[in-house]
Design a protein around this ligand. Structure first.
Ligand code: THG
Length: 262
């Protein structure tokens, strides 16, 4: 499974401060720690308080690329931030993200294609996140059809059904698990699937327990990638164990160590 580290996000106060102060050390340390803990890609998000989202994103890219050869996921709702960011990346990037809105798709699909980047498609539109599985599926089909029409390679498309915090939408977690399986039959090749895992537990107690329990269920339901906190050791252990149980790694008594060495 593709692990995308979530920690370089201005939602974290420490990161917001580091971005504001242009404190390279803090950012580079978090980048290296996440990679050592098993992240294969790092998500970059300037956070809601950034006064200069474009400048901050370009600074984050440069700061991380100074210390790591890594693919970066550009997490921004602003198309110009994505466009300028993609043009600077040294390695294959990820556009995080487009919604299922026509205008967004018209801009972001060609942009991702031009830069040979992957694309995350959120199954939400101007009305927000759907309340049920069927509407998520409808929006997913719309995104896939747009990609096909524009010649965007489906291997590079990740559909995100958007998981909401349990304390505001407890009935949605099960809907999301169900739709992960259904996304797979939309097209051939199947679109890939992704979640921003930590959304689930925002504002709840026992966050790590909830995150890792849901992750195991989502992996069984067909999750291909997750944006998560790789420094949460129990979460990473659960991820490895879930894949091991599903026969995705060769049997080995020391399966955690074996996975981490590879
Ligand atoms: N899908 C996609 N991208 C995403 C999300 C998604 N990007 C953003 C987000 N959701 C995933 N990343 C995070 C990062 C941090 C948190 C949750 C999701 C988080 N932060 C603490 C909080 O809000 O409680 C910060 C508090 C602190 O300062 O410690 O939980 O769904 N495609």
């Amino acid at each position: 499974m593709l692990v995308i580290g979530e920690l370089l996000n201005g939602m974290y106060k420490q990161v917001a401060k580091a971005i504001q102060a242009k404190d390279k050390k803090t950012i580079q340390k978090l980048a290296k720690e996440q990679l050592e803990a098993g992240a294969q890609i790092l998500d970059l998000n300037c956070g809601p308080l950034s006064k200069d989202p474009l400048g901050d994103m370009l600074w984050l890219i440069e700061t991380v690329e100074e210390v790591a050869e890594v693919s970066l996921s550009l997490d921004s709702t602003k198309s110009n931030v994505i466009a300028e960011g993609l043009a600077r990346l040294k390695n294959k990037g990820i556009v995080n993200s487009t919604s299922a809105d026509e205008e967004k798709l018209e801009t972001l699909i060609p942009l991702a294609k031009k830069h040979n980047a992957s694309l995350i498609g959120l199954t939400l539109d101007k009305k927000g996140v759907p309340q049920d599985k069927d509407r998520r599926l409808e929006l997913a089909v719309f995104i896939v059809e747009k990609c096909q029409a524009k010649g965007f390679p489906l291997e590079d498309l990740y559909l995100d059904p958007v998981i909401l915090p349990l304390n505001v939408a407890q009935n949605q977690a099960k809907e999301v698990l169900g739709v992960l399986t259904e996304f797979k039959v939309i097209s051939s090749p199947s679109p890939k699937t992704i979640l921003g895992l930590s959304n689930l537990s925002q504002g709840t107690h026992r966050r790590s327990l909830l995150n890792r329990t849901f992750l195991a269920m989502a992996i069984y339901s067909g999750l291909d990638a997750a944006i998560l906190d790789p420094l949460d050791k129990e979460l990473m252990d659960t991820l490895i164990a879930a894949e091991f149980i599903l026969n995705r790694h060769i049997y080995c008594p020391d399966f955690l160590e074996a996975y981490r060495k590879k």
